[in-house]
Design a binder for this molecule. Sequence first.
Ligand code: GDP
Length: 139
Amino acid sequence: MERTLSIVKPDGVRKNIVGEVIGRFEKAGLQVIALKMAHLSKAEAEGFYAVHSKRPFFGSLTEFMCSGPVVLMALEGPDAIKKVRDMMGATDPAKAAQGTIRKDFADSIESNIVHGSDAPETAGFEIPYFFSALETMRR
Ligand code: GDP
């Protein structure tokens, strides 16, 4: 069993595909263990993407991430991190494989609908960034 953090980014919420994205994860055998909507502040988006702070797109990316509400979720299942990454597709939708979320719905390398943790250490930072221990407790 593994846990990962996924986000339906502001463009996904604007396009009314929150249910579509969560439905794809559920159909792939992943369980939603925590879920909430939030409108991130600039500081919150900057903290989340701190690893990218030196990249030229950091300002634009963090503006985009607080341009509207997002849906935050922790998912659990066998191989959850790779499963979500495979379903998301490449960062640039032009390079994403057929049938992936980004290929089907994303407009650009920045507005690419969905986030998923890229490694266990990343998930270990990202899940508690948004959810408390109580919110992600198995009951
Ligand atoms: P991911 O793991 O596929 O989400 O990609 P990265 O961790 O490399 O980048 C994080 C996010 O930054 C991406 O999902 C995009 O929203 C954005 N991003 C990545 N590369 C670029 C870029 O070259 N230009 C812009 N404007 N945004 C980018």
